[in-house]
Write a new protein. Sequence first.
Length: 320
Amino acid sequence: MSVKTGKTTRMDKTSKQNLSDRPVTDSQSSPKTAMEEQIAVLKQRLSQQETHTTKAKEKLEMQGQLMATVSHELRTQMGAIMNLVEILAETDLDPHQHNYAKTLKGSTSGLLRVLNDVLDHAKFDSGKFELVCSNFSPRRLVDTAIETQIIPCRNKGLTLRLEVDNDLPDRLYGDPLRIRQVLSNLIDNAVKFTSSGAIDVSISVTGSDENCQLLEFAVRDSGIGLSEELKDQLFTPYRQADATTSAQFGGTGLGLSICRQLVLMMGGDIGYSSEVGNGARFWFNIKCKPYQADARRTKPGRRAGARKEPPRPYPHCRGQ
């Protein structure tokens, strides 16, 4: 028994010695080596993810540029068509032909608004949207935005009213084109979603100092109204009040999204208050600088320093 025990002992020692001489496998690697391998794998995955992200951004930018180019070309052609339609409407037409021209003008105007929305959205996505600031008359800007809605309001029997703050400055410095775009969009929506009653537009000064004037524009209607549940999605691209809105009233769902981005770029905010069936009040405020004398431009045919006629009183449009 003792001899067997001794052989067993010697075999155990030999086995231990042979095991110690074997190379270390992956499963027996040290914790430090295993961690290094995991870090290497994570770095590789991170590099691949960054590559995919870069390619996705490049693809998105190319799509945005393509959309902007196509929209610009289409808008140019639509502008030419609208000019021809206006010329046609001024010729001698019988009542049926006049109605055809009127319908064609309305359709081209609607299509042009869609193209403008798509173009602006593409510019925002590509990060190439810029404001173009100049001196402007806030009162004249509002008048211009409202004048385009006089006939639609009259056709629907709506009353269109304007309220102007007495403290409104005659001249300010900002981007009048984009301010009018936001205001026109809100008025257009109010007319679109209101079948009877009135639409009230207002402009007021809600804050001012020597470097800034805070203007608030508001549009109130007596239309179908909106629920509070839609507040979070109303200013989201391609979203409208509900699925039936697009089918009934048309539109791309980009208008309010673009308005929000424009207002934020001008240092302001936009929102609304409404109840279903009781109309809605949309508002936005923006920051404008005081009149800049060095930014004044002299128009052809008008000498520098010549006084302009004051803004004409706005004639209310009352439904028949």
